[in-house]
Design a protein around this ligand. Structure first.
Ligand code: NDP
Ligand code: OXD
Length: 316
């Protein structure tokens, strides 16, 4: 049967190709691809990405649910979840990808990438004013696994770094605020806002015009910048467009969108001040994540608590 145990794994993925996950997992465990045998009593574990709602409730002996990504909003989108532990991915490979994305987008905005690309189109030889990183404050909304790793790299480049979280999360070299009362001072001190929040009932649509209007208007970049690599439903795209239109916001880099894939009709595609990537900041790589997921199962079967458990109450 299997090297590591008897319990079968249900693999249920939408919008992500399960083939490589299936092949790698199958070397160690019996894997059932949803929708095949989705009420199989021998299935003990579910590995999911946007699974069809209700499918997990049909498994009578399911013991744990694993999100194959860092976010778990796609798990909680199912209101009929069984009452069992839910764990998410925390992995060096994924974190490194996110840090690269954040540093890339922050550096591009900081070094005036949009201006140079437009100038090149018109063969313009002009050097815009270039502030140094130590004059620019990057504010990270969501100072968790990914936010803290991004903050460290931005600090090492020389940026001033601010952080905002739900609870008090001090970090050396970073000016931190938390909770509702900390939000305005955090925004007021920020030139480039990097969003790395989870999508929960408390954060849905948080990036609206009122937030963007509180960013530092007169910073050295000539206007505030938004980078969102958290979740699309954290942002109100009509407000981002309005903020770009009236000068509240100078530029934006968006990796995530209210509707994904971003509809072809969205004005964001062609906006000269918006940089679009297709939810690609930190993709889950099965080569790196399957060993970690299998370790989680082994831990569970030894009677030890799972790592990276998610809190149902807070939704992340
Ligand atoms: P963590 O759970 O480690 O960190 C989340 C952070 O957000 C914590 O600092 C938390 O505060 C803060 N937070 C949560 N709710 C609130 C709130 N209501 N008010 C203020 N702060 C809040 O998550 P990760 O860093 O691992 O991942 C963050 C998100 O990044 C994921 O949920 C996912 O949506 C997204 N992601 C996107 C990817 C992409 O490719 N675009 C790839 C991977 C992840 P506290 O510390 O106090 O708990
Ligand atoms: C994740 C993602 O949550 O890729 O890991 O969005």
């Amino acid at each position: 049967m299997t090297e590591t145990g008897e319990g079968r794994i249900l693999l249920s993925m939408t919008g992500m190709n399960p083939r490589r996950w299936f092949d790698l997992l199958s070397k160690h465990r019996e894997v059932v691809l949803e929708p095949d045998r989705a009420d199989d009593p021998t299935i003990r574990y579910a590995m999911v990405w946007k699974h069809p709602r209700g499918v997990l409730a049909r498994l009578p002996n399911l013991q744990a649910i694993f999100s194959v990504g860092a976010g778990v909003d796609h798990v909680f989108a199912d209101s009929r979840l069984p009452d069992i532990p839910i764990a998410r991915v925390v992995a060096q490979n994924l974190t490194q990808h996110m840090v690269e994305y954040v540093v890339w987008r922050v550096m591009d905005h900081h070094r005036q990438g949009a201006i140079y690309r437009a100038q090149q189109q018109r063969r313009v030889w002009h050097e815009p004013a270039q502030p140094v990183s130590s004059d620019v404050a990057v504010g990270i909304m969501g100072l968790g696994q990914l936010g803290r790793a991004a903050a460290s790299q931005l600090l090492s480049i020389g940026f001033k770094v601010n952080g905002w979280s739900r609870n008090d999360r001090p970090m050396e070299g970073v000016a931190t605020w938390h909770g509702k009362e900390g939000l305005t001072p955090f925004l007021n001190a920020t030139d480039i806002l990097v969003v790395l929040l989870p999508l929960t009932p408390a954060t849905e649509a948080i990036i609206d015009l009122s937030i963007l209007k509180r960013l530092r208007p007169d910073g050295p970049l000539g206007g505030p910048v938004l980078v969102n690599a958290g979740r699309g439903r954290l942002q109100k795209e009509s407000d981002i467009l309005a903020a770009l239109e009236d000068g509240t916001l100078k530029e934006a880099s968006l990796d995530v969108f209210e509707t994904e894939p971003l509809p072809k009709t969205s004005p964001l595609w062609k906006h000269p001040s918006v940089f679009v990537t297709p939810h690609a900041a930190a993709t889950s790589d099965p080569e790196h994540l399957v060993p970690l997921l299998l370790e989680q199962i082994e831990r569970h079967e030894r009677g030890e608590p799972l790592d990276n458990l998610v809190d149902r109450q807070s939704g992340y």
